[in-house]
Design a protein around this ligand. Structure first.
Ligand code: ADP
Length: 447
């Protein structure tokens, strides 16, 4: 087991990882920018190292500073959290070269999954169902037209290097295709320094369903069921739940089995998420994330397994603490992402939190790094906390969620809490009847 883990992240996820380390009796080091000197995880860590000024590129993305912090403090492993360097293959390689363990998969696996064309090709080879579309990158308009005609309109043009919901263009007819192809390529080139794009069938009313997988580092793979993250705004997840209201046990075990086998065949090590669009009973692979996800607590709530403990165990060579048959799905869980944003316009609302009171009681978990008097810096993403609620079934979970949202107090800034208070009373949400476009349509109606 590791002696000392350096946490290369901030906010709620840094605190989340810190808690797991403390439980396992592992010493903790956190790195932080000058803007985060007052953060809760910095206060609670055994050691902290300031690695630079507020802009992420000078601090949380500064590989040299982070490696130097490992050397100074004698950390033998790094947990990257999500975002920042968590899917940076070069970072994983550099750590390996310094004999520091990256708590995550190998640089090569990150590289394959970070290139969406290569990821899709690999998924297909491993027997994972994919969205119909081009076999690789498309540059010529003629070829694009041929493929689009073959799979049928509408189609979506996506950047191979894309991420965070950026670099996608929909073409509804052949007339749209030329402009869509050109814009997607130039936007991809500007945003990612790589203008490779590919074409996929645009699914009209899919749900976003993702499977949590783990490779144990010894050629075995397991799945921890799925999460339904269909409630999105601008391709960003807002509300996540497990199990998906749309799947039955048989579908769960079928898609889970396919994913677990793929992970084993790949020889993957650590946590991963295989993301699908789901429509008319079919799954279509869209991408794999080679890290812990923001929404991992809903899986923890229904399985009772600490996924960060498992990540640390696997990275240290200790394998998983569970086999597939030990992983049982118990009840229902929902996560609400609470952002420091105006609940109508979604413009960021940084500032000082004058009062912060979190709900409690059976089945309630709040993962947050903020506190009363905390000043939210304007430099980073606006997530200030996650409310995760568990119940014996979805109805109980929703009742508890409504009560918890009523108890939650965040004063001094605007937050997205009012949005969730509206959603929890909505009939479609109560019925679990929504697709990936539902939330945007709902928000457009509310305006
Ligand atoms: P990113 O890595 O940028 O998040 P994804 O490939 O995961 O990109 O897609 C993000 C979101 O875009 C999906 O959750 C879905 O809402 C939408 N999307 C992606 N591909 C398709 C498709 N083929 N049809 C319809 N919607 C899609």
């Amino acid at each position: 087991m590791f002696q000392k883990i350096l946490i290369a992240n901030r906010g709620e996820i840094a605190l989340r990882v810190l808690r797991a380390c403390k439980e396992l009796g592992i010493q903790t080091v956190v790195v932080h920018s000058t803007a985060d000197a007052d953060a809760m995880h910095v206060r609670l860590a055994d050691e902290s190292v300031c690695i630079g000024p507020p802009p992420s590129r000078d601090s949380y993305l500064n590989i040299h500073q982070i490696v130097a912090a490992c050397e100074i403090t004698g950390a033998d492993a790094v947990h990257p959290g999500y975002g920042f360097l968590s899917e940076n293959a070069k970072f994983a390689d550099i750590l390996a070269a310094h004999n520091i363990t990256f708590i995550g998969p190998t640089g090569d696996h990150i590289r394959i999954m970070g290139d969406k064309i290569e990821a899709k090709r690999t998924a297909k080879r491993l027997g994972i169902p994919v969205v119909p579309g081009s076999d690789g990158a498309v540059t010529e308009e003629k070829e694009a037209k041929r493929i689009a005609a073959e799979i049928g309109y509408p189609v979506i043009i996506k950047a191979s290097a894309g991420g965070g919901g950026r670099g996608m263009k929909v073409a509804r007819s052949e007339a749209d295709l030329e402009v869509a192809l050109q814009t997607a390529r130039s936007e991809a080139g500007a945003a990612f320094g790589d203008d490779a794009v590919y074409i996929e069938k645009f699914l009209q009313k899919p749900r976003h369903i993702e499977v949590q997988v783990f490779g144990d580092g010894f050629g075995r793979g397991v799945h921890f069921g799925e999460r339904d993250c269909s409630l999105q705004r601008r391709h960003q997840k807002v509300w996540e739940e497990a199990n998906s209201p749309a799947l039955n046990a048989e579908e769960r075990s079928r898609i889970g089995g396919i994913c677990a086998k793929a992970i084993a065949d790949l020889g993957y090590s650590g946590a991963g998420t295989i993301e699908f669009l789901y429509e008319n009973g079919e799954f279509y692979f869209i991408e794999m994330n080679t890290r812990l996800q923001v929404e991992h607590p809903v899986t923890e709530a229904i399985t009772g397994i600490d996924l960060v403990h498992e990540q640390i165990r696997v990275a240290s060579g200790g394998g998983l603490s569970v086999k597939q048959e030990d992983i049982k799905f118990n009840g229902h869980a929902i996560e609400c992402r609470i952002n420091a944003e105006d609940p109508r316009t979604f413009t960021p609302s940084p500032g000082t939190i004058t009062h912060f009171h979190t709900p409690g009681g059976l089945g309630i978990r709040v993962d947050s790094g903020v506190y009363s008097g905390y000043k939210i810096p304007p430099y980073y993403d606006s997530l200030i906390g996650k409310l995760i609620v568990h119940g014996r079934n979805r109805v109980e979970c929703m009742m508890r969620l409504r009560r918890a949202l009523d108890e939650f107090v965040v004063d001094g800034i605007k937050t997205t809490l009012p949005l969730f208070r509206d959603l929890v009373g909505n009939a479609d949400i109560a019925n679990g009847d929504y697709d990936i476009h539902w939330l945007e349509k709902y928000l457009a109606k509310e305006e």
